[in-house]
Design a protein around this ligand. Structure first.
Ligand code: FAD
Length: 117
């Protein structure tokens, strides 16, 4: 079947949105188990992402830049960084990772149960 760049881009946008939103909601004080879950998820994601050549390239990016899972900030910063590596390869503008702030709000209405916010 022919490649359809529109669908490929749509999948990419939806996926990045999901991944960044997940990072923005990662615990500020993760347990070892939280950290392991994220590492496992990213590893499996790299295997299962449905665009095969995207996944293949992303696995190489991951091999050089393993997920930083220390806390929420580390995860969000790491993901922004690897997304920028993909942006660069696709000749897209670099995103300023200092401006991530509240850009990814899940709208779930149950923000950080039991925490200050
Ligand atoms: P996207 O890159 O989809 O980004 C969506 C929005 O996120 C942007 O509009 C911006 O507001 C924000 N954003 C941009 N950069 C960052 C950042 N660094 N951190 C946080 N937010 C940011 N497509 C291919 O053609 N070839 C590939 O090899 C390929 N590999 C991919 C690998 C992965 C893991 C994923 C998830 C997608 C991949 N894609 C690939 C799709 C590609 O990255 C884009 O999603 C798609 O081209 C649509 O681009 P876009 O310009 O709408 O912005």
């Amino acid at each position: 079947k022919l490649e359809n760049a529109t669908l490929k881009a749509e999948l990419g946008r939806a996926t990045w949105k999901f991944l960044h939103t997940m990072a923005a909601r990662f615990p500020e004080k993760p347990t070892e188990n939280d950290r392991l879950a994220l590492k496992s998820f990213i590893g499996l994601f790299g295997r299962l992402y449905p665009c095969g050549d995207c996944a293949e390239h992303f696995r190489k990016v991951l091999a050089k830049n393993p997920p930083q899972t220390y806390d929420r900030n580390a995860v969000a910063g790491w993901l922004c960084y690897v997304h920028n590596i993909v942006n660069k390869r696709l000749k897209k503008p670099e995103f300023d990772c200092n401006k991530i702030g509240d850009f990814y709000d899940c709208g779930c209405g149950d923000e950080d149960k039991g925490k200050e916010k």
